[in-house]
Write a protein that binds this ligand. Sequence first.
Ligand SMILES: [Zn+2]
Length: 312
Amino acid sequence: MNNDLKAINLTWLSKTSLTNLNAGEGETNLVDVKKYRSQGVEYPYVSGQAMRFYLRESIRRTLDKKVTMCVPDERGETCGDPKKCLNCDLFGFMRTIKKSKEKGKETIGGAARRVSPVKVAPAMGLLPFDENAVLDFLTRRHQKEKGELEGDIANVEIGTNVYRCGAAIDIRRVGAEENWSGGEVKVDEFLSGTAKLERVRKVIDGIRFISDYSKQARLLTDFTPDVLCISFQTRYSHRLQKLFELNKELTLDPRRVKEILADVTGYSDKVLFGLISGLIKNEDEIVKVFKEFKIERQRPDEVFEAALKELT
Ligand SMILES: [Zn+2]
């Protein structure tokens, strides 16, 4: 790995079948889909919080028994030990500090805070919701007080879509803490070398296998990356996130790809690109643009393998 590596950006598109990845507020008998509006048209989205949760669960699935990754308690508080804990290191935390007297020393109540080195974007549906959705029935069973079951029927919104997702990893902050105590900011590393890289690898691997989204028992779908770009940057920036501009006809804007690559390759040691065939209509045109920047088309799985290899 290059010691000047400051950021890894991932941006990807994923097509889903009929599903409901993130329910909105809803009503008594309606499970809706979270939606945003753009120029008067509604599109579905999956919140950044839900995406972080899915990514965390995906990472958790891969861990050895000896690796610590805490689970937030009912108030959302985590263990707060980023040195030991993968969750607190990668995803940050905010913890209340209790007033206590230990060994005669009084600690003052307050909050301890760690900014998340892993940033996750909401997944934005790119096709209008109304044209790609249906209202389905769902039978719900509740347990009444005496133990017998009672059922009711609810409506559930489900839809297919192509989502644009993204993540960025602030490499300098993984396994490190900013120290402001001396008047200027110092970065104190509590992990370095392979231990630090291993945590970054977990994030990349977690994105490849992301799968614990909500409602999969009845609405199983694949939401892993279908079209994907990863940059290994010597400057921290989120610029790559604007790479994929997809229109309703599933055509990617080649000019946009060119402009963003021209920018990002200026401060990236490596850019990887992969896709599965048949999702975007102008596949050949887009592959050609990447080729102009000497970036070869691969499959998404090959891109992930190559990315993990960069981190050894
Ligand atoms: Zn923790």
